[in-house]
Design a protein around this ligand. Structure first.
Ligand code: BGC
Length: 889
């Protein structure tokens, strides 16, 4: 039977806070091949039975099952909607059939005037608390006289907060409202609390902390970057069954107090004195006479906007795997996995005893605790015990990047059952999976995924442990495509890209970090003196990330939203380019490449070359984007610019004999991957790249700029074997070297831990930096062969084109697209050249199945393959196919 297995709204199962008509997409499930949608019908109701829908599209003739909008539907403030869909399809063997209605997805309408929340901020802090980062409580007792039909809370904080109602947490969100470019905008959360309310007494209780808003931030250790008071603004709308309504706001009738959190900071961790706990503070029975009156404070953001989805939330709970003493006698708990998490401690001791823990990533050469690479981040928990009863504690307003806990002090001997780790990250369902016959590659994929989880904590960060944890644009750009294979990135990056646009300079320059916490402080600092924006490959996130979202979801809305930002960035480069060579102030170049001079982080590839290569690449994407948006005149203008940049690049960075002016791997990779090498010199460029590889015995010496494209530059230019050889190297430096050294996430440096066990300098040595994990894209696209078709993006048409190699005997990858699962499995029959390829093409989509590398067909499973040079190609409708072919080698 054909059914609809998933309905999504703006690519999520559940969406909140929206005020504009959303986009609907759904997955059609069918065992029949060549299934195509003919019609659909969407219904929207304000109750789950759909007894009398508010909107009913009726049957609409359409083959589209993604990005569907309903004319006339805009969600009303605070109303919870249910939506469902059914479709009429036609498929082989089933003919025309109608699906039942899908399960429902929900929409909670947001505030019509979110800025009204600006007037309602209150704090329990006093002037003495401005420079501190204590926890505070706010509470308000309310009385409801009538039966409640529905109740919704819209709330946000300057700082971070946990919302309680009658002693219960209202959601499993962590670190709400998340981190945005607070000067410009702050996000509010929307919570449906209907089921928590009945006639009688209730208490709204909120626990507040400082974190990004007023706690210490950036390696400059700035306090109060955005403001002085941790504060809350909340509105609760209650609708009674008799139709009447009541609205409650935060105001100076609320009461406030300090909480047991003495200090809670992004980098330093949390100090908590349990003897200051106030039993039942968030319950109606509690007497708050001793509490002070809350004070109104101004809102420091220009605007308040809705958080639509992907909140940071608790995702999984990890148990430790080992407790041991180091050679130095330190007590250590090992979770076996590097991650971003909140440790939970259980124990029992005596009043006044203190537990002190430090979270860290790696052991040193001798197996002792190593914390130097945390730089100034303490990552410490200090917990003071209140009595002799058992206790459980988890920090509130921070998170830690760690695999190990060093137990500096504990009542008795700390053991495995005293600890757990609550893994937190932005809520982004996993969409991709990759596995193969090589366990080291599987561990690499695992490390990529955990690097992603650890660094997608509301903002795409460089690392989660040291005194940084910032939204470095380069890291987010490099990793975006790999991330988008692995998890649903839409809402997460949409939010971040909006902040990127807001933080751009007037001229269109793009900050090194978003939210930009560097620009305000022109301290005597090498980075700040030289500029805090517009570094090539970093700033290009403005173009590349929206482009990747467009490809992944087929969504033009993101291109429209980001259009001015994208154009601003291209124009910035144009303004500052001299005769088409673009370069500007501080550049990171091929960051942390191994061909850097001793002691330097800047790779050997000249900035003029990397900058101009990216200038060309981003401009080429912008031309495509302008065309997609129907801006033909703009497309033509920038196409001419693009052609000029390419011409200049070729004249400047290629010698007349076809060699490149820069003899670095990265220079050659960029020229090849960005199509910048003159046609007549492509073969020579490939040969020279191979030569540069051979000079290092087949190893890469590339940094952030060259590494992501190295294997592509080889495999797209007739060097598949070399690409596999590079991927599979497992001695230093290589991706698998880290794996062999026991990595569970991706390292910042190829030589984070050197072959002799010593460490790279502690001033820049993260063991959880996802940038080099960008190789993940090659695993999905080339090893498995799962390719998006630019002309029909969002997997409306997929190109399945595995490249068999690397002595792998099987590979399996799947991606949960907006249309459903695209799946590939290939297997080499034992010791033969026969490949069995299984491909899954989702309903209402099509695929090209491309057999490369000299394939000849054994069994095409009813598909018609045509020969083109040494490629066999067939067009497939939806369904599952098993194809057998032989390779000529
Ligand atoms: C970060 C990087 C970042 C870089 C800029 C570092 O401190 O950790 O990942 O992109 O600075 O070069």
């Amino acid at each position: 039977m054909t059914t609809i297995s998933k309905l999504q709204i703006n690519y999520l199962d559940r969406i909140v806070g929206i005020t504009e008509g959303p986009q609907f997409s759904w997955v059609i499930d069918t065992p029949f091949r060549n299934c195509q949608q003919k019609q659909y019908q969407i219904q929207i109701a304000d109750e789950p039975s759909f007894a009398s829908p508010l909107f009913d599209t009726g049957l609409v003739e359409s083959s589209n099952s993604a990005q569907i909008r309903i004319p006339g539907f805009t969600p009303d403030e605070g109303i919870l909607y249910w939506a469902r869909v059914k479709a009429v399809t036609e498929a082989d063997g089933q003919g025309i059939s109608t699906t039942p209605f899908s399960g429902s997805a929900t929409i909670l309408g947001g505030l019509k005037d979110p800025d009204s929340l600006k007037e309602h901020f209150i704090t329990a802090e006093t002037e003495e608390d401005i420079k501190l980062s204590k926890g505070t409580y706010l509470r308000k007792a309310i009385s409801l006289k009538k039966e409640v039909k529905s109740a919704v809370i819209f709330s946000t904080a300057q700082g971070v907060y946990q919302l309680h109602l009658d002693g219960k947490k209202v959601s499993c969100d962590e670190l709400a409202p998340g981190w945005t470019s607070y000067d410009h905008r702050l996000l509010y959360q929307s919570y449906d609390v209907t089921n928590m309310l009945s006639p009688g007494e209730h208490v709204l209780g909120v626990h507040l902390g400082s974190l990004w808003y007023k706690g210490t931030i950036s390696f400059l250790m700035i306090h109060n970057f955005y403001g002085d008071y941790a504060s809350l603004s909340l509105r609760m709308d209650v609708t009674y069954t008799d139709g009447s309504k009541e609205t409650f706001y935060t105001d100076e009738s609320w009461k406030g107090s300090y909480s047991p959190v003495l200090n809670s900071q992004l980098y330093d961790g949390e100090a908590y004195d349990a003897s200051l706990e106030q039993e039942g503070w968030d319950n109606p029975e509690f007497n708050d006479d001793a509490w002070r009156t809350a004070k109104a404070v101004p809102c420091t953001s220009e605007h308040i906007e809705a958080q639509e989805g992907s909140p940071v939330a608790l995702q999984e709970i990890m148990a430790p795997t080992l407790a041991f003493y180091t050679p130095k006698g330190e007590r250590v708990i090992d979770f076996g996995q590097n991650m971003s998490a909140l440790p939970e401690i259980r124990g029992q001791g005596k009043a006044g005893e203190t537990i002190v823990l430090r979270c860290f990533e790696v052991l040193d050469k001798d197996g002792n605790v190593y914390t130097d690479n945390l730089r100034r981040a303490e990552q410490r928990i200090t917990y003071t015990i209140k009595d002799d009863k058992p206790f459980v504690y988890r920090p509130h307003f921070t998170f830690f990047g760690f695999r190990f806990i060093h137990v500096e002090s504990f009542p008795g001997r700390a053991d495995l059952d005293n600890f757990k780790a609550y893994v937190i990250h932005s809520d982004m369902p996993q969409t991709g999976s990759f596995a193969c016959s090589n366990p080291d590659l599987n561990q690499l994929q695992h490390n990529i995924l955990w690097g992603l989880k650890s660094n997608f904590v509301d903002v795409p960060t460089d690392c989660p442990q040291r005194d940084e944890r910032l939204g470095w644009t380069g890291d987010a750009q490099i990793f975006c495509q790999t991330a988008s294979y692995n998890v649903n990135t839409y809402t997460f990056f949409k939010k971040w890209l909006k902040d990127l646009a807001l933080d751009q300079t007037q001229e269109g320059g793009v900050p090194h970090v978003v939210p930009d916490v560097l620009y305000k402080y022109p301290f005597d600092n090498w980075l700040l003196n030289q500029g805090t924006h517009s570094a090539t490959a970093w700033a290009d996130a403005a173009i590349i990330n929206p482009w990747v979202l467009y490809l992944t979801f087929g969504d033009t809305a993101i291109l429209e939203t980001q259009y001015e930002s994208m154009k601003g960035w291209i124009d910035f480069m144009k303004t500052h380019a001299k005769n088409n060579i673009w370069n500007y102030k501080l550049q990171f170049g091929d960051w942390v490449a191994l061909d850097a001079e001793e002691g330097s982080y800047f790779g050997a590839t000249p900035n003029d070359l990397t900058c101009t290569a990216y200038y060309a690449y981003s401009t080429s994407l912008f031309v495509k984007i302008a065309r997609i948006l129907g801006k033909e005149a703009v497309a033509k203008e920038y196409e001419a610019l693009y052609n000029n940049i390419v011409k200049t690049f070729q004249e400047t960075f290629f010698n007349p004999d076809g060699t490149m002016t820069a003899q670095t791997q990265t220079a050659h990779i960029l020229a090849l991957h960005f199509n910048l090498a003159p046609k007549q010199f492509i073969a020579k460029t490939v040969e020279n790249l191979k030569q540069l590889l051979a000079e290092h015995d087949g190893h890469l010496v590339t940094g952030f700029v060259g590494t992501p494209y190295f294997c592509h530059a080889l495999s797209s230019n007739g060097c598949l074997d070399e690409a596999y050889a590079l991927l599979l190297k497992d001695d230093f430096p290589s991706w698998l070297y880290q794996v062999k050294k026991g990595a569970t996430t991706i390292w910042e440096h190829w030589d984070g831990i050197k072959p002799d066990g010593s460490m790279w300098s502690p001033d820049m040595n993260s063991f959880n930096h996802y940038a080099y994990g960008a190789i993940g894209e090659w695993l999905y696209r080339v090893v498995a062969g799962l390719n998006i078709d630019e002309n029909e993006p969002g997997y409306k048409h997929t190109v399945i084109a595995p490249r068999i190699g690397g002595n792998l005997t099987w590979v399996e990858a799947a991606y949960q697209s907006v249309y459903g699962e695209v799946g590939i499995r290939w297997e080499r029959e034992s010791k033969s050249n026969v490949i069995t390829l299984q491909a899954t093409v989702p309903a209402n989509t099509t695929a090209t199945i491309r057999l490369l590398d000299g394939a000849s067909l054994v069994d095409g499973d009813a598909l018609t393959f045509a020969q083109r040079d040494d490629i066999l190609e067939a067009e497939a409708g939806s369904g599952m196919y098993t194809i057998r072919y032989t390779l000529n080698s």
